[in-house]
Design a binder for this molecule. Structure first.
Ligand code: PLP
Length: 442
């Protein structure tokens, strides 16, 4: 029997999606998706017109905000002219986007391989690093996420990796500087010394690349201590190892710079990007490489390919999205509103005993909740939840605030076009919600 509906209600959408599709990273019985019908600016609406503030830019990706007419028009125009050409062809959208990205990227990164998203960007980054250096090991950290495909998931340190093990061979772990709300952070000197020790034990001549999220995203908005990124660069130079910056989440203005490495003026050899590249209007990722790596592939075959590599629709969407960042000064707005948001986060910390720590860089922010301000016991365990965190999530949902609630944390990652008044609107909902977690504080 075929079921057809004129227009589906929110409940019908949820029921059919639940019955006939798999939701990510979840036992399906536990998922409770919000039905989404339309979106504009920092808001989205359900089919029944309940409005939400999108305080996570969906998956930290709709950086320019929803429904921007300029990007929509560019997609429509490209679709009308040439929706697709295979990746052995050369198109105007591909040409123009690569020139623009070369202008924006740090150092002499001026050559790009386009993918469907961030995981594929990292898959190709690790493959390029291996082909270029002739070495096979890739060093990555624990508190990080690099994507859901085999190689990227092996690079991923967080628990999303566990079910897919064993992953690809050759991935080694270097230390994190952050150890959770109770143990805090190592100094730059400590973490770099331990990193070098791991490299020496592994044999640095066997290590092709170190991959890091310069500012870690889902694993806690971890902003490196001063000197860390420069120190990693120096270690890479010392041992002939490539530095891969995974800017999939932190790139495109999220932190108040085009790329988060720009805060430390560090030039990676490879840079992966996705999400904000098109603000998710169309799916697109890319890995950018320095000139010396690009030159290597003049004579040597680049063994990699994707049917949708350099998809014209996605390249046109990216070009239009980048124009929006520039026209609307969104990088600057992220910086300015980031300062405003820091004030709001600090205010929460002053007034709510359950707020153990807040961190933000630009509009990339997080709140860590604790049960006890002295012991700093987290409000939920590592990789777990708690009734209080669930109740907080419920409060956000009931009051029309969408954001990620993960373990003992929740995120503050709005679109970069947000205004001070809109930030205040979101923080008023958060402020009230924290009364729930405050009640659990002993
Ligand atoms: C830092 C980082 N790298 C890679 C990825 C994977 O990107 P995608 O989901 O587009 O494959 C993500 C996704 O959240 C990410 O945050």
């Amino acid at each position: 029997m075929t079921t057809t509906y004129e227009t589906l209600t929110g409940d019908q959408i949820v029921e059919l999606c639940r019955r006939h599709t798999l939701f990510e990273w979840s036992a399906q019985a536990a998922v409770d998706p919000i039905p989404v019908a339309r979106a504009k600016g920092i808001y989205f609406w359900t089919p029944e017109d309940k409005r939400f503030i999108d305080f996570n830019s969906q998956l930290m990706c709709v950086n320019i905000g929803h429904g921007d007419e300029r990007v929509i028009r560019a997609i429509q125009e490209q679709a009308a002219i040439l929706a697709y050409a295979n990746p052995f062809m050369a198109t105007e959208a591909r040409a123009k986007l690569s020139v623009k990205l070369a202008e924006l990227c740090p150092g002499d990164i001026d050559c790009f391989f386009f993918t469907n998203g961030g995981a594929e960007a990292n898959e190709n980054a690790l493959r390029i690093a291996r082909m270029f250096t002739g070495r096979h090991k890739i060093a990555a950290r624990y508190r990080t996420y690099h994507g859901g495909t085999a190689g990227a998931l092996t690079l991923t340190g967080d628990p999303r990796r566990w079910a897919s093990e064993p992953g690809i061979p050759g991935v080694i772990r270097i230390p994190d500087f952050y150890h959770g709300i109770q143990r805090g952070s190592d100094t730059t000197e400590e973490v770099l010394a331990r990193t070098e020790e791991v490299l020496q034990l592994e044999g640095p001549q066997t290590v092709a690349a170190i991959i890091v999220e310069p500012v870690v995203g889902t694993n806690g908005i971890l902003i490196p201590p001063d000197g860390y990124m420069q120190g990693l660069r120096a270690l890479c130079d010392k041992y002939g190892i490539l530095l891969i910056a995974d800017e999939v989440m932190a790139g495109f203005g999220r932190t108040g710079e085009w790329f988060s490495v720009d805060h430390w003026k560090v030039e990676p050899d490879l840079i992966s990007m996705a999400k904000g590249l098109t603000s998710a209007y169309v799916q697109l990722g890319a890995v950018g490489m320095s000139r010396k790596i690009a030159d290597h592939f003049e004579k040597n075959v680049f063994y990699g390919g994707l049917t949708y590599n350099s998809h014209p629709l996605a390249c046109a969407a990216a070009l239009a999205t980048i124009a929006v960042y520039e026209e609307d000064n969104l990088i600057e707005n992220a910086r300015k509103m980031g300062t405003v948001m820091r004030g709001m986060l600090e205010d929460l910390k002053q007034r709510h005993p359950s707020v153990g720590a807040t961190r933000n860089i630009g509009l990339f922010g997080i709140v860590e909740l604790v049960r006890n301000p002295e012991t700093r016991e987290p409000m939920a365990p590592f990789n777990g939840s708690s009734p209080e965190m669930q109740a907080l999530g419920k409060h956000f949902r009931e009051h029309g605030l969408y954001t990620f609630v993960r373990w003992n944390t929740f995120f503050t990652n709005p679109p970069l076009c947000i205004t001070e008044a809109e930030l205040a609107e979101a923080f008023a909902i958060i402020d009230k919600g924290l009364e729930i977690t405050d009640r659990a504080v002993s």
